[in-house]
Ligand binder design. Structure first.
Ligand code: FCB
Length: 441
């Protein structure tokens, strides 16, 4: 595909189009303190090529060019994140230089007419806090609220929105049960604690931010469509357990003050004492909720008889360079389901959506027809969800730039803009030019 089938005018007046990135994936280290991603990446087998974020896209120095490119695509908004270890190198004491960087960045957005949408935490926990147990330690709720207040105290007068935490499922399950992200644990007790503390930290921060007069407060959750791999009751059970842990746990905690039974069956015995009493904090009212959506999974019973008891099976649909099936109806289904089951009239945002492709530069051209088709299909599905009543107010492309794709290193390219990781040269891909044509008047 060479162009989008939608125009800005197909969406309601005021609908926000933005692009998203995160600090560790693009900035480069600079004066930030060490994080658990640096130590995770340093151990063999965790990250392709043992690559880390030491240089990344050097956004720390090249941010004016990146913001120019963002504005040049006709985008209205930028979803960025703050590195806890840049703001507080030891996790507790503020370093003025860290906040100065984000201060300049926010002013740079405003100067270009771009609305700043902040995510406080997108995964690079300061190593000093990881040493103290990180997300498995309940004290993290207060540590995180202090960090949130330090950032909001400096930037809060100029932000369009503040999300607390990006993708609590990744922070907790992927990182403590599957061991695929920092801190790389495979421990059910640490998992249960992280699953709960990530929400407690979210609610504690929201409560503190709200009391200080900040508004536009939200949470960014990721969801994966969970389909049974076959017709058996066992596969249906595996898919339901996957759905409970991935797609229900976090919004159920925030909006219903409970956790799904299918997840509690395994995690319940490992939750911290008195966890039910935390729901009043966890359920602090929000102004919006974000959905990050990429793919679906097909689940079968793994035959082990152990929790969680699922095994992923390959699906028949076309796949991205991540090996993820392309399934656009899933984004519409989740937006509708979120509004119906949890968020009601609360504004919803698609805070991430996009795909990794095998994108190559040919001179000043980077053809990425598969990305244009992927984004077009998903935006079409978003409009269908809106027509069916889901109150979606905006959509953010993942990602503005090719960047550090966590355990995959620099191998997987998600950007609208190609980055040459030798020279750091930026080259807009065809999807970028197509977007500009769809969005610009
Ligand atoms: C999401 C993350 C983001 C990026 C995309 C591909 O889970 O929030 O940082 O890695 O996936």
């Amino acid at each position: 595909m060479t162009g989008f089938t939608f125009r800005r005018s197909d969406f309601p007046e005021g609908f926000t189009f933005g692009a998203a990135t995160s600090s560790y994936q693009i900035e480069g280290r600079g004066a930030a303190g060490p994080t658990h991603w640096d130590s995770f990446a340093a151990a063999p087998g965790n990250v392709v090529g043992r690559e880390d974020g030491a240089r990344a896209c050097d956004h720390l120095n090249r941010w004016p060019e990146d913001l120019d490119l963002l504005a040049g695509a006709g985008l209205d908004a930028y979803r960025f994140s703050t590195s806890w270890a840049r703001v507080m190198p030891d996790g507790r004491q503020v370093a003025a230089a860290g906040l100065d960087f984000y201060d300049k960045l926010v002013d740079g957005m405003l100067a270009r007419g771009i609305a700043p949408h902040l995510t406080l935490y997108h995964w690079e926990l300061p190593a000093a806090l990881a040493d103290r147990g990180g997300w498995a330690n309940g004290d993290i709720a207060a540590w995180f609220a202090d960090f949130a207040m330090a950032v909001a105290g400096r930037l809060g007068d100029r932000l369009a929105s503040i999300a607390t935490i990006n993708e609590p499922w990744c922070v907790a399950w992927l990182s403590h049960f599957e061991g695929a992200h920092a801190p790389g644990l495979r421990d059910i007790r640490a998992t249960a604690r992280a699953m709960h503390h990530v929400l407690l930290a979210h609610g504690t921060a929201v409560t503190a931010l709200r009391a200080a007069g900040h508004t536009g407060l939200g949470l960014v959750t990721n969801m994966e469509f969970a389909d049974p791999a076959d017709d058996s009751p066992a596969a249906a059970r595996a898919a339901a357990t996957y759905d409970a842990i991935y797609n229900r746990w976090f919004l159920e905690g925030v909006f219903r003050k409970t956790y799904p039974e299918a997840a509690l069956a395994g995690l319940g015995p490992h939750l911290p004492a008195g966890w039910e009493a935390d729901f009043d904090t966890i359920a602090a009212p929000l102004d919006w909720v974000g959905l990050n959506y990429y793919t679906r999974k097909r689940l079968a019973d793994d035959g082990s008889g152990l929790f969680p008891g699922w095994a992923e099976r390959p699906g028949p649909l076309p796949k991205t360079a991540m090996g993820w099936e392309i399934y656009a109806p899933g984004i519409a289904a989740f937006l509708t389901r979120m509004a119906r089951d949890y968020t009601g009239d609360l504004p919803l945002y698609v805070t991430e959506n996009g795909m990794a492709g095998d994108d190559r530069r040919v001179g000043q051209d980077v053809p990425d027809p598969a990305r244009i088709a992927y984004l077009d299909a998903h935006l079409h599905a978003v409009r269908q969800a809106m027509a069916a009543g889901a109150p979606v107010k905006g959509y953010f492309f993942w990602s503005l730039l090719d960047n550090y794709e966590w355990a995959f290193g620099y191998d997987k390219r998600f950007g609208l803009i190609h980055v040459d990781f030798e020279t750091l040269e930026r080259t807009p891909k065809h999807s970028y030019h197509a977007l500009r044509a769809a969005l610009m008047p």
